[in-house]
Ligand binder design. Sequence first.
Ligand code: ADP
Length: 427
Amino acid sequence: MMEKCQLAANELETLGVLNYQSVENVLSSLEMTTVSRTIVTDNGGRLIYDSSATDTMQSGFAVLPEIIQALHGNDIFTWQYHNRQMQSKTAVPVYSYGQLAGCVYMMEQDPNQGILISSLQSNILTITIALEIAVVAFSLLFSTVYSGRLRKITTSMRTVREGDYSHTVDMTGHDELRALSDDFNDLIHRLQRSENKRRQFVSDASHELKTPLASIKLLSDSILQNEMDPDTIKEFVGDIGNEAERLNRMSQKLLNLAKTEDETPISCEITYILPTVEKICRILSTLALDQQVSIQVHALQDSTILIQEDDLSQVIMNLVENGIKYNKPGGTVEITLERDRDFALITVSDTGVGIPEESLEHIFERFYRVDKARSRSTGGSGLGLSIVKNMVERNRGTITAESTPGAGTKFIVSFPVFDMEDGENDQ
Ligand code: ADP
């Protein structure tokens, strides 16, 4: 189109003077079959030739925007799609001896391109509508499935809130809802565990507290119902006092045990073991003297460990106290500190009564006592070793027991060493 216009302008430039006749002669000699309108103006925009007279002719001037642009010396090409027609317009200036003499304007209507564009438009419209329907349908489907799965979780939460800790969510898939359900189930299992522990604890505790309470009731009933001399009454009241004392000790230990079963994180510090061992030996020296038992410490190698110092004291205290309590007059309790690769070992061994093999696996259970009568006479509650085990384990340690009945018992506690030069646990 632009070439045709340019060609016409070149031919017109050879004329020198532009007038209707000469212009028509030039244009009719050119092949212009597809051009639907041709206009030629002089350099002032005055109409010289118009292949179809239209109302754009105003007082002999052509005021089309393309013509105005061309008379400013520009080559213009515009196109537009209108009424299912592709319409392109071209205007180029015509020069004569280097001076602007006028311009040529051509307009072409291309119905084929128009049909192509309109079919393209209708295709795009169809595709857009199809896509929109698909998006809406998919969103509806997705939100229905998603909200159904979400409802599953909220229903489970409500069930658990009402106290059914055995309820879990069964969720398929690999998305956030699945992750949320897994976390929820995890939480439920923890709740279940702690609820079971709580129930077990309450039933164990009430069972154990019943015995001294029943003794107190029996003793006081005996005093009230029987004629007794003052000495017997004094003896009975003394027994009541002992049972009350036992109850007191037991409730204290129960509190301790409850604390160790609490799963909240503890604050640890870097601690040498030997100073704590020496402190416990000083505290228990009177008890050892009473029981005619000697305490010996063998610090083959002291180590630093990361632990809550109160826990370390309590662990050593319970083990050494048991070593004294379940010993024989003239016996010994030995505490040995050594190191096995990255572990600090604390061994507490005694030359006492020992523990029968069948009881050894139960001694860390709550309220378990091998010899109930002996344990009662020594003030035992069967809680000490379960407290020890909880404390050792919450400080990332382990505890084992070995025993030969009649010859003695050995407890081995192991904690990961914390080397201060490395600044971290060796484990
Ligand atoms: P208790 O308060 O009864 O001592 P523990 O939990 O400390 O409770 O111990 C549980 C039981 O294990 C004791 O009753 C005792 O029978 C036995 N036991 C613990 N330590 C020793 C030991 N060093 N020698 C012999 N028996 C022991």
